[in-house]
Design a protein around this ligand. Structure first.
Ligand code: FMN
Length: 196
């Protein structure tokens, strides 16, 4: 049966949803790009059913949190080497430090994952010596829930409302590629086959 644009969109939705749940998926850690030209890997925490929103977690003190702020163009690149599928996405990113999304994400974050938000120096800050800046007593054990609470002020979510999605699958016949766009996160995706 011929591949349809709906099949392709569904593939992207399923692939990202699975990657958010499963740390063994290559797309679990896509590359996130900011308008200043910087790139970094981040753990994909959630991809909504219609691909309206991607959710990531980050440290409010990190340079990307400042450069994204309330709204900025953000790109996301993911590749699944087994399926040979590349996803290139763009959207409006925003950092939320307080409010329901950040509170819910923090409450679902395990103590061991919360530990990095306890670092005394934020990401990119200078250190006297090599190390994590996590307090000495916690660098080799998971903190208790109570011990993680001071880290909440450093925790934020990055929410990306996707506006474009480029799907490319490599194969021996030359590959297949489709692009989907929409003017805002509430509008339906408009798809188009394009040359790989
Ligand atoms: C596999 C992997 C996963 C990462 N996941 C995250 C993440 O979920 N959130 C995050 O803020 N940084 C994550 N990082 C660290 C970032 O790549 C980056 O070094 C850090 O966020 C520095 O902040 P900046 O991009 O604002 O300079 C991850 C790095 C690697 C290698």
């Amino acid at each position: 049966m011929d591949l349809t644009l709906d099949d392709v969109l569904d593939d992207a939705v399923q692939r990202l949803a699975k990657a958010a749940r499963n740390r063994r998926c290559a797309m679990h850690t896509p590359v996130v790009g900011t308008a200043d030209g910087d790139l970094r890997m981040m753990v994909l925490r959630e991809a909504s059913d219609d691909l309206a929103t991607l959710r990531f977690h980050t440290d409010l003190r990190s340079p990307k949190a400042a450069s994204i702020g309330d709204e900025a163009l953000v790109s996301v690149l993911a590749y699944d080497p087994e399926a040979r599928v590349q996803l290139r996405m763009r959207g409006r990113g925003r950092i939320e430090h307080s409010g329901p999304a950040a509170d819910a994400a923090w409450s679902r974050t395990s103590p061991s994952s919360r530990r990095c938000y306890l670092a005394e120096t934020g990401p990119g800050g200078a250190l006297e010596a090599a190390g994590s800046a996590i307090p000495d007593g916690l660098s080799h054990r998971s903190p208790t829930i109570a011990e993680t609470l001071p880290g909440r002020c450093n925790f934020a979510v990055l929410l990306i409302e996707l506006r474009s999605l480029d799907w490319l699958r490599l194969d021996h016949a030359g590959g297949t590629r489709a692009r989907f766009v929409r003017p805002d996160a509430g509008a339906p995706w408009q798809g188009q086959w394009i040359a790989p």
